[in-house]
Design a protein around this ligand. Structure first.
Ligand SMILES: [Zn+2]
Ligand SMILES: [Zn+2]
Length: 102
């Protein structure tokens, strides 16, 4: 199941389960949209893949207990800010390759 991490890994901004600005990579590394666009260049600093919007987990029990009340968001903060200069080199190396071809 997707881990709904509580904050942006770079700037530590709160990203509650209903945050439309939450972005995730395939390993669930979680960042806010402004860091993805402004700092990361859509390159995950941990794996080099791209990001997509994080889906909203339903807050209501519409069906079969598949909802936040049973599967709540994680409270484990992962705050590992990127070094912008280091990441710029990393992103330049692979950022020109479309995410589906990395
Ligand atoms: Zn951020
Ligand atoms: Zn990643």
């Amino acid at each position: 199941m997707l881990e709904l991490r509580p904050t942006c890994e770079n700037c530590n901004k709160a990203l509650p389960p209903d945050a439309l600005e939450a972005r995730i990579c395939t390993y669930e590394c979680t960042f806010c949209a402004s860091c993805v666009d402004g700092v990361l260049g859509n390159v995950c600093p941990n794996c080099g893949g791209g990001f997509v919007p994080r889906p909203i987990r339903p807050s209501r029990n519409w069906k079969n207990d598949n909802f936040l009340g049973k599967d709540p968001a994680s409270s484990a903060v992962r705050h590992r800010p990127v070094d912008p200069a280091v990441h710029a080199r990393f992103a330049a190396e692979i950022g020109s390759i479309p995410p589906e071809k990395r």
